[in-house]
Design a protein around this ligand. Structure first.
Ligand code: SF4
Length: 374
């Protein structure tokens, strides 16, 4: 990307540049191009550098910039680190729905709340792979499977079935992602061996606010699973939700925790709460779309190499708001008319949005099984 940037600048044949270290000096002729190129290169290297030493104050200052400035800075980073004009399409399927013993206050699948979500057993492997085939045909490159578990049961038949699903999805040439709750070392290793591309485990919010949202497991538990997944060489997908009554400092603190992970997450879902009747957060006010834009832009700058995924809440965003999120650095969406249990824009409207905006779907990353024929 950097080389392409440099060549396109070189093609402009610039013959004049100002040396900003000595503001009154202008440089003419061939040296101008060398000076400008070296400055461009240094700037791009700096922008794409991954930092794991973010402070909350720095992140807050970034988040609070005038929105046009924040968007500009995020777009500058995006152009250096991400494929241009491409959006990753991920399909999400609930492979085991409801009756979850956890008490996440935003979640209609928790057994603690009356939300009308019917509990379902783990789906049959063949049915899951059929859904994966359909998702691929529709244009998805990543297939994410979610099970409403605190953690998979050790040595259970269900976990073996999930491993079979992962192998099957990879054999279709799709990236495979799963979100199954907390994992131990052995389970993580088995998922790795099955070919799992990424594991989703969201932080949800800041460590300070976390206790207001979930009491059945700790922030530390979340971080431990994330670090296990990363140590096994599986990509980490971790993000959070805004609109749960948290403050801006909580949002920023969550981004700092994510950005200071080593390695930084490969993908960062940015969700807006979908308030579901029956959950304790049913009466939360919807977040303003510009707050989502700010989160996407701040995440893009702090985690330059991550796919920033515009996730739950997209159904209530206008096309223009979604485009602003793409401008801010979001380059991944859940594709399909249902998330785990809540609504999402349908395939046709997403494809129309991408077409009208001149964006194209991102190809799956190459992997051991991704070349296998369908
Ligand atoms: S978010 Fe996941 S862990 Fe929490 S209640 Fe819902 S399904 Fe269970």
């Amino acid at each position: 990307m950097l080389i392409a940037e440099l060549s396109s600048f070189a093609a402009t044949g610039a013959t004049e540049a100002r040396d900003e270290s000595i503001p009154w000096v202008k440089v003419y002729g061939p040296y101008a191009r060398t000076l400008a190129l070296s400055r461009l290169s240094a700037k791009h290297v700096q922008m794409s550098a991954v930092r794991n030493d973010w402070t909350r104050a720095e992140a807050r200052a970034l988040h609070d910039l005038p929105l046009t400035e924040l968007l500009y800075r995020a777009q500058e980073v995006h152009r250096v680190t991400q494929p241009r004009d491409a959006v990753q399409l991920c399909s999400l399927l609930s492979i085991k729905t409801g009756a979850c013993p956890e008490d996440c206050t935003y979640c209609p699948q928790s057994s603690k709340y009356e939300t009308g979500v019917e509990a379902e057993r783990l789906m049959d492997v063949r049915d899951v792979l059929q859904k994966a085939r359909e998702a691929k045909q529709a244009g998805a490159s990543r297939f994410c499977m979610g099970a409403a578990w605190r953690s998979p049961k050790k040595g259970s038949r269900q976990f073996q079935q999930v491993l079979e699903m992962v192998r099957g999805v990879r054999a279709l040439g799709l990236e495979a992602c799963a979100t199954l709750g907390m994992l131990d070392d052995e389970q993580t290793q088995e998922l790795k061996e099955a070919g799992l591309t990424a594991y989703n485990h969201n932080l949800d919010t800041s460590e300070e606010y976390y206790g207001e949202i979930i009491t059945t497991r700790t922030y530390r538990d979340r971080l431990e699973t994330i670090s296990r997944v990363a140590a096994a060489g599986i990509s980490v997908c971790a993000g959070g939700i805004i609109g749960m009554g948290e403050g801006i400092d909580d949002r920023v603190a969550m981004l700092v925790t994510l950005a200071n992970l080593t390695p930084q997450p490969e993908s960062v879902p940015v969700n807006a709460l979908v308030a579901v009747q029956g959950t304790p957060l049913a009466d939360q006010r919807p977040v303003d779309s510009l707050e989502l834009v700010r989160m996407c832009a701040t995440a893009r700058i702090m985690m330059p190499n991550a796919r920033v995924r515009l996730s739950a809440g997209r159904a209530s965003l206008s096309r223009e708001a979604q485009l602003l999120c793409f401008m801010a650095g979001a380059n991944s969406i859940f594709f399909g008319d249902k998330l785990l249990t809540t609504g999402n824009p349908d395939h046709d409207s997403d494809l129309a949005l991408l077409r009208d905006a001149g964006l194209s779907p991102l190809d799956p990353a190459p992997g051991p099984a991704s070349d296998a024929a369908e």
